[in-house]
Design a protein around this ligand. Structure first.
Ligand code: XIL
Length: 388
């Protein structure tokens, strides 16, 4: 299929629609932000989900909790209808951005607060979407009562087991993949023996136990290691590549390895991402890209330049192509899809515009790059809903 030019009206953002005469907008077929006319009746197929077909699950994080609680907008998932509509139509898989983390589920020792996680599960069921569970054992976003509690090793072990039994058990049969252990290595490939409470207090064996408990609680869910900066081959991904075969040899039920994919155009693209995912696939594992976003430096509130948007689109396209290229890479999840709710500006000072849609939900070149790559792989590139 011909590759469509990625740097077109999308780069103009909201202005692009304004260039279309009002009468044409009202009368004619739906026109998207790079001038493509979608025949009437087909607009609902002009999505990432349709472009992907059966080739790959295409997912998004569901915004809520975490940084959202200190932002000047109402909770996105419950209060923003446009957001919900995009979430329902663009994606075939959902991840809880924060709603299944310890600090969200466990306000105190004796309480499981499932309402927000349940709402995501119900939404996914209603729209026929997969759910990735995130996450069970992590050094971050743990409640203070846990981190600062004076628990013995036996008590901590019992707490983690109870948590995994209860949470994984509650959604048994409804979650396709669990990020059982998140970010257990630092960038040098060393185990987080000081900041990860579980590994510090209980030793690395607790990681194997977490996988065993998760398997027992839901035998049907695929169980993953998940981390950032493991997109390419480096000290950290090497550490997983060394650890996982040992665990498998001991009969620990590890099914998958996933790269988060929090990228920045400030740094070079991890050009060996396909090779990296493939070497884990060759161990017999499933792989996934679980948290893709591509941020850019925007000092003093600057707008993205066309060159930045083109580079961002290129990064999104290459990650999508890598996910499509590796057998057993089942899903590609975006860490949010609209800039309004992205964690990036709240987390990385002077950076932003990391998602595929502008704040008004018009499409960036990055959206088209992902959609084109998906459609090429699924054979739908020339479908009238998708072609120019
Ligand atoms: C982030 C969320 O997006 C924010 O809302 C929250 O404030 C902090 O955590 N790696 C992960 C995710 O595994 O859980 C993180 O999500 C981003 C980095």
């Amino acid at each position: 299929m011909k590759r469509r030019q990625i740097l077109t009206a999308g780069a103009l953002g909201a202005g692009a629609l304004a260039a279309v005469p009002a009468a044409a907008q009202a009368r004619g077929p739906k026109q998207d932000d790079r001038g493509k006319r979608t025949p009437p009746g087909l607009a609902k197929k002009d999505t990432l989900a349709f472009a992907a077909g059966k080739e790959l699950k295409i997912g998004s994080a569901v915004a809520g909790g975490g940084h959202h609680t200190s932002q000047p907008y109402p909770p996105p998932f419950t209060d923003d209808e446009t957001y919900r509509e995009h979430l329902a139509t663009e994606f075939t898989s959902l991840s809880a951005e924060n709603q299944m983390k310890w600090d969200h589920l466990r306000p105190d020792r004796d309480t499981f607060a499932f309402a927000d996680a349940d709402a995501i599960m119900d939404f996914a069921t209603e729209h026929g979407q997969d759910v990735r569970g995130h996450t069970l054992l992590w050094h971050s976003q743990n409640p203070a009562w846990l981190e600062e509690g004076d628990f013995s090793a036996d008590e901590l072990r019992a707490l983690l087991k109870e948590h995994i039994d209860t949470v994984v058990g509650r959604y048994r049969g409804r979650i396709s993949q669990w990020d059982v252990a998140n970010e257990i290595f630092d960038d040098d490939g060393n185990l987080r023996t000081s900041d990860n409470i579980w590994i510090r207090e209980l030793g690395v064996e607790i990681v194997a136990d977490a996988f065993r408990w998760a398997r027992a609680a839901d035998p049907g869910a695929l169980l993953f290691f998940n981390d950032y900066n493991v997109d390419g081959i480096n000290a950290k991904s090497d550490a997983y590549y060394a650890l996982i075969p040992d665990l498998l040899a001991d009969g620990v039920p590890v099914d998958g390895f996933s790269a988060q994919g929090h990228l920045s155009i400030e740094y070079g693209f991890p050009g060996d991402i396909t090779e990296n995912l493939q070497r884990f696939a060759d161990l017999g594992l499933h792989t996934a890209v679980t948290e893709l976003d591509v941020r850019m430096p925007l000092p003093d509130g600057a707008e993205p330049t066309e060159a930045q948007l083109a580079q961002q689109a290129d990064y999104y396209r290459r990650v999508t192509e890598a996910a499509l290229a590796v057998d057993g890479c089942d899903s590609l999840t975006l860490w949010g899809f609209v800039d309004t709710y992205s964690w990036v500006p709240a987390t990385f000072e002077g950076q932003g515009a990391a998602c595929v849609l502008w704040e008004d939900y018009t499409r960036k070149p990055a959206y088209h790059a992902v959609q084109d790559a998906l459609a090429e792989a699924s054979g739908r590139a020339d479908h009238p809903a998708l072609r120019d």
